[in-house]
Design a protein around this ligand. Structure first.
Ligand code: GLP
Length: 218
């Protein structure tokens, strides 16, 4: 299986459960490949604040994924355009994403596709909003000024080409974004709303994240 994976607090229990299943002999990653959604620009893979290092701690170092099958955007690539094209090609060569797990930004972003007047189709370099940098400050000792201003991210088409998508959202601070994604019109101001166009998407929420959904949507 070719997996697309997110970072953030939301998938931490999922990765812990996958590690537990692996330790119990109930799941085998030896044939799986992974592509992470995004990475900060300016951080090396072994920088403990990078998404790559986060994934090593949460999942890669705890299961039998083959290092050659782990794919990541390189935040230090000298030419980001070349790096983004390389990543798209790698995903295509792997046969595309079979299952993409997504988190959800408080502002409705997915990956690092931030709300705006337009969205970008393919993997690209993006400017992070202040709110998103604040949401990520935990990785940087809470210091907003240390959070990079740019990231590289799969684009909306990269995401929507995945065969199956599972979006996870937990906590009350996601309730508005969940309602917008599920119940409101598709808009570039809520990038996750484009998931309404996908034929096979599941949105998994806890009670708090579901708090603003209408009864009909539940
Ligand atoms: C980050 C990541 C997203 C992630 C989101 C939510 O900015 N780039 O891929 O889904 O924030 O993070 P959390 O799960 O910590 O709320």
């Amino acid at each position: 299986m070719v997996l697309g994976l997110p970072t953030g607090r939301t998938p931490v229990p999922l990765y812990a459960e996958l590690a537990r299943l692996y330790a119990a002999g109930d799941v085998d990653f030896s044939q799986a490949s992974t592509f992470n959604l995004d990475e900060f620009v300016g951080l090396s893979a072994d920088d403990p604040r990078s998404y790559r290092a986060f994934m090593e701690r949460q999942l890669f170092g705890r299961v039998n994924l083959h290092p050659r099958r782990i794919h990541f955007l390189n935040g230090l690539a000298p030419d980001t355009a070349v790096e983004c094209t390389r990543y798209e090609r790698q995903i295509a060569r792997a046969g595309g994403l079979d299952l993409l797990i997504l988190g959800l930004g408080v502002n409705g972003h997915i990956g690092f596709n931030e709300p705006g007047a337009t969205l970008v189709a393919h993997t690209h370099k993006t400017v992070l909003t202040r709110g998103t940098r604040r949401a990520n400050a935990g990785l940087f000792g809470g210091r907003l000024r240390d959070v990079p201003g740019h990231a590289v991210s799969m684009g909306m088409a990269t995401i929507l080409r995945a065969r199956r998508i599972v979006l996870l959202a937990t906590g009350r601070n996601k309730a508005t974004a969940v309602r917008r994604l599920v119940e409101e019109r598709i808009t570039t101001r809520v990038p996750a709303s484009f998931l309404q166009l996908h034929p096979s998407v599941e949105v998994w929420v806890d009670q708090n994240a579901a708090a603003k959904l209408s009864d009909a949507a539940k």
